[in-house]
Write a protein of this length. Structure first.
Length: 402
């Protein structure tokens, strides 16, 4: 294991660009609209295009890494992300920026999918669980820090500076991986498109899997609808400065990250998975309802979204764990389908919200409400197998940040 002494650090570094690339850019949205003479809805589509690319990439990288090895696919995927980040930093028009965000999304899904696969290749037992926990904690930390960092960079370097920072971080991580990332897939597997499609059909034919996959994905889509419009709400509608907006967004993201870190303890204190689901879904519904009724100012909006994110982060490990226990032999395919489906839902919901956005919170809250109301009853559909209601284990370390 000595040869892998620096592997944890390397894998964490590989995730930084992927985790910060969206939240860092959000404080720049109003400046992007002014600089590129684009509408607010067009700028919000950068989120939609990014997740569309992420959706397509997530479906491919798992099977490709089984066939060609983890190292090569990690390098190629992160090189794609590097090209996308550079395109964003130099984009002369909103159309160029949207294409670049799409390319960046294709590459960004690489590390999220493969870092946890590499960990499973190398570690086992207690060490495996510790590595998953360490990686998830690091991801939560980066996610929490990204909005504030984006606000500072936007104020000092302008909106292009945020994309330039992502480019620089991705370049450093790519060089480090090229020099030090070992190949962890000893035996290559010949994976055919027909076999992969068959696994996906089996998963999609199970109502238990579909429900367990949709709940966290719909709630994440609701969260991303807010993220896509947040800078316009806080800075244009509410009249806050970039730094004050970043501070409000930091509170919201931190509520999600901190709850994710303590999700297992929260579940134990609530009396188990069943009560956790009930309490958490109630919190998400209450948060959206408050946003609909009172989302006409920065304080009420931040409080409402903090309540929503707390509920979402608490319920995520329980439901995500169910999705992987429906077909334990297909956990890899289930994880890829979860991530890709999530990105697709984000693409659809942010696209709808962007096209209807008028500058106030009504459309944002309404679209969030639709996603949350659809997710709520599905959360109570339990798998037939008892394992689906066990406290989350190794797979659930990949919680709210993915």
């Amino acid at each position: 294991m000595n040869k892998n002494r620096f592997l944890p650090t390397l894998l964490v570094v590989a995730l930084i660009g992927t985790i910060i690339e969206l939240d860092m850019s959000v404080p720049s949205f109003p400046d992007i609209a002014r600089a590129l003479d684009a509408s607010e809805s067009s700028v919000q589509l950068t989120v939609t295009y990014n997740f569309l690319g992420y959706c397509l990439g997530a479906l491919a990288y798992g099977p490709l890494s089984d066939r060609y090895g983890r190292r090569g696919v990690m390098l190629v995927g992160n090189a794609v992300m590097l090209v996308g980040a550079l395109g964003c930093a130099v984009a002369p028009s909103i159309e160029f920026l949207l294409v670049s965000r799409f390319v960046q999304g294709i590459g960004a899904s690489t590390s999220v999918v493969l870092v946890f696969v590499i960990i499973a290749d190398v570690y086992e037992g207690t060490q495996l669980l510790k590595m998953f926990g360490l990686t998830n904690a690091a991801m939560s930390t980066f996610m929490t820090a990204a909005p504030a960092l984006g606000g500072v960079v936007n104020r000092t370097l302008g909106w292009r500076g945020n994309y330039a920072v992502v480019f620089a971080v991705t370049l450093v991580s790519l060089l480090l991986m090229a020099l030090f990332l070992p190949e962890t897939k000893a035996d290559r597997v010949k994976v055919s498109a027909r076999q992969v499609a068959g696994d996906y059909r089996r998963l999609l034919g199970s109502r238990e899997f579909v429900a367990a996959s949709l709940v966290p994905s719909l709630l994440f889509a609701a969260y991303m609808v807010f993220i896509a419009t947040s800078s316009f709400l806080y800075m244009d509608t509410f009249g806050l400065s970039t730094l004050v907006f970043a501070g409000n967004l930091l509170v919201i993201v931190a509520s999600f990250a901190v709850t994710s870190l303590f999700a297992t303890k929260i579940m134990a204190s609530l009396g188990g998975p069943g009560r956790t689901v009930a309490c958490s879904i109630a919190a998400t519904l209450a948060g959206v309802a408050l946003f609909l009724a009172l989302g006409d100012g920065p304080v009420s909006t931040t409080v409402s979204l903090t309540l929503f994110c707390t509920g979402y982060a608490a319920v995520y490990p329980v439901i995500f764990g169910r999705s992987l226990q429906v077909f334990p032999e297909l956990q890899g395919a289930a994880s890829s389908l979860n991530m890709s489906g999530r990105a697709l839902l984000v693409t659809v919901f942010t696209g709808v919200a962007s096209s209807l956005f008028t500058g106030d919170a009504v459309v944002t809250a309404g679209v969030m409400a639709v996603a949350t109301v659809v997710a709520a009853p599905l959360a109570f559909l339990r798998p037939r197998t008892a394992a689906g209601e066990q406290p989350p284990s190794r797979s659930d370390a990949v919680t709210g940040t993915g």
